[in-house]
Design a protein around this ligand. Structure first.
Ligand code: KG4
Ligand code: ZN
Length: 334
């Protein structure tokens, strides 16, 4: 069978990334230009600034990726692009680049949903086994998705308000940590103790989540302690918050695995880089005797490798767009 090379482009938030993936599983070359240091000054991503940096970086990143792979555009079979969801200005830069390449080199254009990308990050390290449950935990999403075959997604649970990553970032800001706060809370929590009492959100029968109440509980706790003149022990608050957030995820995932007779689970999204969550998921998988796939750290946060990997399966599913394809800041995974 002829090898298929997909060029992926990702620019939905503050990473400009281009990658080439062979047959949906092999990372041939990946280049990521991150804007974290730029947005750190503002405590979060500033959309207008992010768009401008994508414009500046996109051709450089593309050329670097092709050079790294020692390939030319002529060697590529199709172009996969994150069409959404994400920051509209950022998405449009990647999309225009993809459309231009598709037009000039006459390559099929494959629209990829950002979350499909996070899910397919796992196919870069393990063959996906169906039926599976994808636990998506990122800055913009917290979802449980059931997949019975490639590129067929059935969302069975989701956050009713904030995403878990968003909650990590907001809690981090309250305790004075720099953006992005998730990895910093992860580090602090590792040396802290669970001493602060926080409510585990949405303990119901659904597979849904809610993180805004937990965020408010942390903010209120910090303010109350400050008013009483008590010093917050940041490590302990980080550990207490993380323990509660992870408990909220694990209890719903556990229920979903048992009720749906699932044998294979994958973790996906930026928060999949969280050490405590990785440990808790591993423990749960052992307890329930299910196979677990967790992407390596480099494929957890945003990258084009996962978009190219998902693009391969979308391509095989016949999902080809024309040049009228538009970016969408919001869109459900279908
Ligand atoms: O998937 P991602 O790169 O972007 C979105 O698609 O949203 O996820 C970014 C999110 C941020 O909220 C960041 O704080 C969080 O992932 N994150 C972490 C860790 N590494 C990244 N959260 C907790 N622990 C980590 N180690
Ligand atoms: Zn992402």
């Amino acid at each position: 069978m002829k090898d298929i090379y997909i060029l992926g482009i990702e620019s939905s938030c503050d990473e400009t990334s281009v990658a080439i993936v062979k047959n949906g599983t092999e990372d041939i070359a990946t280049v990521i230009s991150s804007q974290i240091d730029i947005h750190k000054t503002y405590g979060g991503v500033v959309p207008e600034i992010a768009s401008r940096h994508h414009v500046k970086n996109i051709t450089i990143v593309l050329e670097e990726c092709l050079a790294k792979a020692n390939m030319k555009m002529e060697d590529i079979d199709a172009i996969a692009i994150t069409y959404g969801p994400g920051l509209i200005g950022s998405l449009l830069i990647g999309l225009e680049a993809a459309k231009t390449l598709s037009f000039i080199y006459k390559k099929p254009l494959i629209p990829v949903h950002h979350i499909a990308g996070h899910i397919y990050a796992n196919s870069l390290v393990h063959e996906l086994k169906f039926p599976l449950l994808a636990v998506v935990v990122s800055g913009g999403h917290t979802e449980i998705i059931e997949m019975k075959e490639h590129y067929k997604f059935n969302k069975i649970g989701q956050t009713l308000d904030d995403a878990i990553g968003e909650c990590y970032d907001k809690v981090a800001r309250v305790i004075g940590l720099e953006y992005p706060g998730g990895p910093k809370i992860d580090k602090l929590a590792a040396v802290g103790k669970v001493t602060y009492k926080l409510p585990v959100p949405l303990k119901d029968d659904s597979y849904n989540f809610s993180f805004s109440g937990l965020k408010s509980a942390v903010i209120n706790l910090v303010h109350n302690e400050e008013q009483r003149g008590n010093k917050i022990i940041k490590e302990d608050l980080a550990a207490s918050f993380q323990n509660t957030a992870i408990e909220a995820i694990i209890c719903k995932v556990k229920k979903a695995i048992i009720n749906n007779n699932i044998k294979s689970v994958i973790l996906a999204g930026g928060v999949a880089a969280n050490n405590a969550l990785r440990e808790a998921m591993t423990k749960l998988a052992t307890e329930l005797n299910v196979e677990l796939s967790i992407p390596p750290m480099k494929y957890c946060t945003d990258n084009a490798t996962m978009i190219a990997a998902a693009g391969y399966y979308a391509y095989k599913d016949g999902r080809i767009a024309d040049l009228n394809l538009n970016s969408k800041s919001q869109d459900s995974l279908k």
